[in-house]
Design a protein around this ligand. Structure first.
Ligand code: HEC
Length: 199
């Protein structure tokens, strides 16, 4: 009648298991946190360093992955000026702060976050609408007077003039150029980029 319990039914076994599983998950969580941080920091494997704004960025279809991938090519300094890593970071930061101060997310999405009134801006730098050479000038012009340079994309929606300065417009262009070089696993889907190459 009074047979000893099998080991797996004992209280100590389950206590030990609970401790091992909890501490194992904790260690795994810490490792994954560092792994994610390395991937999402500028200069990591998916998010390029800010000085990528000195480069030509293209968008190519990767047959194996079945999605578009940003490809970083030769030198193409933004507004004709090569910037150091620090200068590039400052310009991108100014652009990011401008998008926050003017609440662009009230209409647009950035990396998928925001509102759906206007197009996602993640890959806006690569939009065909800016033309080829001198794209940064066309973009800055649009940002400074979006009513005059509206594309509207047949939606009849127009972006209001947000009263940003020329320096802020350059910052926004730098921020958008940097963001377009981020590997977003093909997001946003069906985005038709400038010079996109099907391979
Ligand atoms: C009130 C809504 C609204 C706000 C706020 C707004 N936009 Fe727009 N934006 C639009 C609309 C609508 C369009 C599409 C029409 C067009 O291109 O003329 C657009 C288009 C754009 C485009 C062109 C997109 C492309 O792929 O070609 C860029 C770039 C852009 N906006 C940047 C910004 C930035 C940067 C801010 C913040 C400083 C901002 N927008 C704030 C409504 C808005």
């Amino acid at each position: 009648m009074n047979e000893p319990l099998p080991f797996w039914a004992s209280e100590t076994f389950w206590k030990k298991t609970a401790i091992w599983v909890t501490s194992g998950s904790f260690v795994l969580l810490i490792l994954l946190t560092f792994d994610s941080l390395a991937k999402i920091s500028a200069g990591g494997s998916r998010v390029p360093a800010y000085s990528v704004i000195n480069k030509d960025i293209s968008y190519r279809f990767d047959k194996q992955l079945q999605r578009y991938q940003p490809v970083i090519l030769g030198d193409a300094p933004l507004f004709g000026k090569m910037l150091s890593e620090t200068e590039a970071e400052q310009l991108v930061a100014l652009g990011k702060k401008t998008t926050q101060a003017k609440n662009c997310m009230n209409c647009h999405t950035l990396l998928g976050n925001g509102a759906y009134y206007a197009p996602d801006l993640t890959k806006a730098w690569l939009d065909q609408a800016w033309g080829g050479a001198g794209r940064e000038t066309a973009m800055a012009q649009f940002l400074l007077d979006p009513e005059k340079y509206a594309h509207t994309y047949g939606s009849n929606r127009k972006m209001p003039n947000l009263g940003i300065t020329e320096e802020e417009a350059r910052g926004v262009v730098a921020f958008l150029k940097w963001m377009s070089a981020i590997d977003t696993n093909g997001f946003p889907h069906n985005f038709k980029a400038i010079g996109a190459e099907e391979e």
